[in-house]
Design a protein around this ligand. Structure first.
Ligand code: HEC
Length: 262
């Protein structure tokens, strides 16, 4: 089993960059591997630490297709390494890099993923929202509120914005919110994000659902009369959500978890 002691041993920040320390890191890698049946990483090229500080040792493997699943007997390697570091791998829209992670490392249950999505989105949360027209995407920022029961998101937008015009023609959207390490803010190099794909329904202020939703979801803090003149409401139904959380890989889980609407 992976353990904290091993993880610390493998952190170059903690052990420094001396040859001795690097040599010490290799047995660390093989011990980290030490799940039964796994081959220890006795050979390979040290290619340095990743963002979370774990040293990667590359051992070239055969070319793989991205829908291939590594066996239970597959050699062990350090946290954060991708399949592509040791294998040349094909990718397609079915077996993307995220799907490759999800297929090769344990997934949470759909309910567990949903609970984590809800925990990351407690209130009115800032998202980047992409709409598309004539093959040209537009990304803008919006505040989204999750309706936990219906599993939909609400957004208000000034009438006549580019995104509303685009969504009127094509309701397909994608939206993402992230939190975690940035160069400027520092802190632990861990990230969490929620990436949505789905469709957006536009609800004009003449619709009886408009104002009750604004109040219920605390979407704006201006008078009813102003809100009705200024805004359209958007109701976003996610068809799938990728929940990304680097800390899950410390628990041997896939950092990429996918939730799908039934
Ligand atoms: C540290 C390098 C490394 C990484 C990272 C790695 N592999 Fe491998 N893999 C190998 C090597 C080397 C072999 C050939 C067998 C051996 O020497 O262990 C192999 C063998 C395989 C095989 C065939 C045998 C088996 O055990 O299943 C598959 C399939 C495979 N890898 C898939 C993957 C996938 C999928 C990932 C990512 C989730 C991945 N590998 C990550 C090095 C790696």
């Amino acid at each position: 089993m992976w353990n904290l002691r091993t993880a610390r041993l493998m952190r170059p920040a903690a052990i420094g960059w001396s040859i001795f320390a690097l040599l010490a890191a290799f047995p660390g890698a093989s011990r980290a591997a030490g799940e039964e049946g796994n081959k220890p990483a006795a050979e390979g090229r040290n290619v340095g630490p990743g963002e979370q500080g774990f040293v990667a040792v590359v051992v070239d493997g055969p070319p793989i297709k991205s829908d291939q699943i590594k066996s239970a007997n597959h050699r062990a390697y350090s946290r954060g390494m991708t399949c592509a570091e040791c294998h040349t791998s094909t990718f397609d829209f079915v077996s993307t890099a995220s799907v490759q992670w999800a297929n090769n490392f344990p997934q949470l249950t759909q309910d567990e993923i949903w609970t984590k999505v809800v925990a990351l989105l407690p209130g009115r949360e800032r998202f980047a929202l992409a709409s598309v027209r004539n093959n040209q995407p537009t990304a803008t920022t919006v505040d989204m509120v999750l309706d936990k029961e219906d599993r939909v998101f609400y957004v208000v937008s000034e009438v006549g914005t580019e995104k509303l015009l685009e969504i009127r023609e094509n309701p397909a959207i994608s939206a993402v919110r992230f939190e975690g390490w940035t160069v400027a803010e520092g802190g632990p190099k861990e990230w969490r994000s929620v990436q949505i794909k789905g469709t957006a329904e536009l609800i004009p202020s003449s619709d009886p659902r408009f104002y009750p939703a604004l109040v219920k979801y605390n979407l704006v803090r201006i008078s009813k009369e102003r809100a009705e003149r200024r805004f359209d409401l958007m109701r976003i139904t996610p068809t799938q959500i990728w929940y990304f959380d680097t800390t899950l890989s410390a628990e041997q889980k896939s950092p990429y978890q996918i939730w799908k609407r039934k």
